[in-house]
Design a protein around this ligand. Structure first.
Ligand SMILES: Nc1nc(=O)c2c([nH]1)NC[C@@H]1CN(c3ccc(C(=O)N[C@@H](CCC(=O)O)C(=O)O)cc3)C=[N+]21
Length: 297
C-alpha cells in the first residue's frame, strides 16, 4: 500500500524564520532600527497566553522587537481602541496583532477596523480583505498564506488543480479560497450545510481542512494522491487517562494510505502561522521604510 509523504510544516517554518532573520539583519543595517511587532492580549485565557508567549519568543529570535500589551479581562472597548490608535501612531510599531477571541463586551469587528491596514499583519482589516479579493498588495492572513507556501513547495504550479476548502471562516476558509483562486485553482468552499461532503472532497487534488472538528474528514473520502493541509488544532482525550493530545480535522492515520501528502498536527500548519506573522512584520517594516523586500519571503 502507498504511504503519503508527511509535510514538514515545522521544518519549513524554521527555514522561513531563518530567512526572515537574515532579512531583519539587512533591514537593521540599512535603517538603523529593528522591525517592531505589537501583540495585544485581553484577558487570561491560558491557550492565548501560550500563543502570545511563543510569538514573543519567535519575534525576539528573528531580531525584531516584541511589544506586548496585556490588558485585564474587563477592559472596555474604548480603552482597547485607544491603545490600538496609539500603536497606529507609534513609528516603532510595524505590525499590530490583537489576539482573538476578545471578551464579550468588545466588538471584534470594531477593533479590527481600527488597526491601520498598513500595520495589520494578521490581514483581518476589511481593507486587506478587499485588497486580497481585488488582487492588490496588502497583508494576507498568516495561516492561509502558510498553507499556500506549503502547497507550492510540494506541488509547484497549482494552476488548474481542483481545490476544496472545508470551512468558511474569515480567518482561514475565505482567505484560503481567495489565495487558491489567485493561483488559478478551481475552488470549492464546503461548509456545515454542504450536501454530500465526501463526494465534494473526493474530487479534490487539494483539500484544506479548517472546520475545527476532530478527525471529521475520513481517509476514504479522499481522492488517491490528494495533497491534504490540515489546519485543525483540536484537543482530545489521549489514550492515557487524564491526558489530552492535539489532533487535526482529518483522520490522519486513515488518510496516510490514500493521500499523496499530508500535514501532521502538531508540527504542520501551526508553526507556519507564527513564521508568516514574522514574515508579514518584516514586509511591513520594509514597505514603511521603502526598503526592497528580498526573495524567499
Ligand atoms: N489575532 C490573532 N492572530 C492569530 O494568528 C491567532 C489568534 N489571534 N488567536 C489564536 C490563534 C491560534 N494561533 C496559533 C498559532 C500557532 C500555533 C502552533 O504553533 N501550534 C503548534 C502546537 C502548539 C501546542 O502544542 O499547543 C503546532 O501546531 O505544531 C497554534 C495556533 C494563532 N492565532
Amino acid at each position: 500500500m502507498s504511504q503519503a509523504a508527511i509535510i514538514d510544516g515545522a521544518g519549513f517554518a524554521a527555514g522561513l524564520r531563518a530567512r526572515v532573520a537574515e532579512g531583519v539583519t539587512a533591514f537593521r543595517e540599512r535603517t538603523g532600527r529593528a522591525p517592531g511587532l505589537a501583540v495585544v492580549l485581553v484577558g487570561e485565557d491560558p491557550a492565548s497566553q501560550v500563543y502570545v508567549r511563543s510569538k514573543g519568543k519567535a519575534t525576539a529570535e528573528a531580531g525584531m522587537v516584541s511589544i506586548e500589551h496585556k490588558l485585564p479581562a474587563d477592559t472596555s472597548q474604548d480603552e482597547l481602541l485607544t491603545l490600538v490608535r496609539a500603536l497606529n501612531a507609534d513609528p516603532a510599531v510595524d505590525g499590530i496583532l490583537v489576539q482573538l477571541p476578545l471578551p464579550p463586551q468588545i466588538d471584534e469587528n470594531a477593533v479590527i477596523a481600527t488597526i491601520d491596514p498598513d500595520k495589520d499583519v494578521d490581514g483581518f482589516n476589511p481593507v486587506n480583505v478587499g485588497r486580497l479579493a481585488s488582487g492588490l498588495h496588502g497583508f494576507v492572513p498568516c495561516t492561509p498564506l502558510g498553507c499556500l507556501m506549503l502547497l507550492k513547495d510540494r506541488l509547484g504550479d497549482l494552476s488548474g488543480l481542483d481545490a476544496v476548502v472545508v470551512g468558511r471562516s474569515n480567518i482561514v476558509g475565505k482567505p484560503m479560497a481567495q489565495l487558491l483562486l489567485r493561483e488559478s485553482c478551481t475552488v470549492t468552499i464546503a461548509h456545515s450545510r454542504t450536501r454530500d461532503l465526501p463526494a465534494v472532497i473526493g474530487r479534490a487534488d487539494i483539500v484544506v481542512a479548517a472546520v475545527g472538528r476532530p478527525r471529521m474528514i475520513k481517509g476514504d473520502w479522499l481522492k488517491p494522491g490528494a495533497t491534504v493541509i490540515d489546519v485543525g488544532i483540536n484537543r482530545v482525550p489521549a489514550d492515557e487517562p487524564g491526558k489530552t493530545r492535539l489532533v487535526g480535522d482529518v483522520a490522519f492515520d486513515e488518510a496516510l494510505s490514500v493521500a499523496g501528502a499530508i500535514t501532521p498536527v502538531p508540527k504542520g500548519v501551526g508553526p507556519m502561522t507564527i513564521a508568516v506573522l514574522l514574515r508579514n512584520t518584516l514586509v511591513s517594516a520594509c514597505r514603511r521604510d521603502g526598503v526592497p523586500i528580498s526573495d524567499g519571503l
